[in-house]
Design a binder for this molecule. Sequence first.
Ligand code: LLP
Length: 415
Amino acid sequence: MTMDYKDNVLYFDDINILEFAQSNQTPFYLYSENIIKNNYNSYSESFGSHSHNICYSVKANSNLSILSLLAKLGSGFDIVSGGELTRVLRAGGDPTKIVFSGVGKSEEEIIQALDNNIMCFNVESKDELNTINKIAKQKKTKANISFRVNPAINVNTHPYITTGMRDNKFGIEQSEIISLYKDASSLDGISIVGIDFHIGSQIMEIEPYLESLIKIIAIVDNLDALGIPLKHIDIGGGLGISYEDESIVDKKLFLSEIIQIIGDRKLTLVIEPGRSIVGESGLLVTKIINIKESSAKSFAITDAGMNDLMRPPLYQAYHSIREVFRQPVSKATYDVVGPICETADFLGKDRVLSISQGDFLAIENVGAYGFSLASNYNTRPKIDEYIVSNNNVNKIRTRDTIDQILENEIKFIQN
Ligand code: LLP
């Protein structure tokens, strides 16, 4: 059991959160190495003997220690910027297991990726293909590419995190894809290696993947008949986690159904999971600065705000919130809000809690798109991050100082 109460005190991975919060500055993120390892291993064990590459999606949580942990487990990486590439390299990741996604890769980023021999560019448009070809030719090399196909599939998730619907900016329309592969096959700077799709995030069902895959496999077979054989098929990321008792997709069942559709085609299966590896591994621990009652509502005002955790205001996302010490006082209903000057600055609404000023709260399932979406809004430092490894808590990031936040501006003040 990762989360548990003993004598009304919350334990996470056997760590007494009350003691830890009392002796360290709040707010902070705390992750569980065990959960990350278990999620990674349950993916890797589910492939059976099928050739595969798990490319962890760096955007979900890009802390260097977490990338290093995954690199040591053998993970590849899905990146979307030169910055993420630098992170993976600094963390000891293998560049030949990197796929580079995203609709707008800059020339500098393409050069950096070519210089580091990444496994594949997931190409999103004809313009991008031509840019990559031009740069690869200048460098007298060949860029490995796959095209990202838009499978035009409706997915049941928040509209901001669907990516494979007809009107999303992502992927290439199926009607254009064959002619694009043909064009690419004649380019000197391009080596065609795969095909790719990604239909969205926080997906709780297998069917949209299977429907998409059937469409993509038809394209693969078509290309094969045209003399353009592919080495891999990348089905993206997107499997959801349980934020509020939702039932989640079983990874083994998911991959076995995918592998069944691939059949005896000699295609390495690439996946790009983010949330389903790190999401459940993270807690955000925050202190209640004040309790404020109005005639309409009671507010618990915390030292963590929307700059630390963007998901509630951005997607109306639900994260469960627990008392770190369960007070023997009666429960009441609170909006848990941050100190930022925005009405959207909330962590949870209408939560039933027994709390008073100075108590700590733990916000659950924030390992993915928690810290990675954090900002310095209101000139607030990005906070400390810790990880529990073998029953010890290790610091993996120190909070920004205000001087660091000001550093890149201060020299420009005109006298
Ligand atoms: N591959 C590609 C091309 C992606 O765009 C994404 C996520 C992933 C993989 C990883 O997806 P995952 O397995 O984590 O679902 N900020 C939002 C989620 C945005 C997801 C964007 N793309 C949130 O907090 O819910």
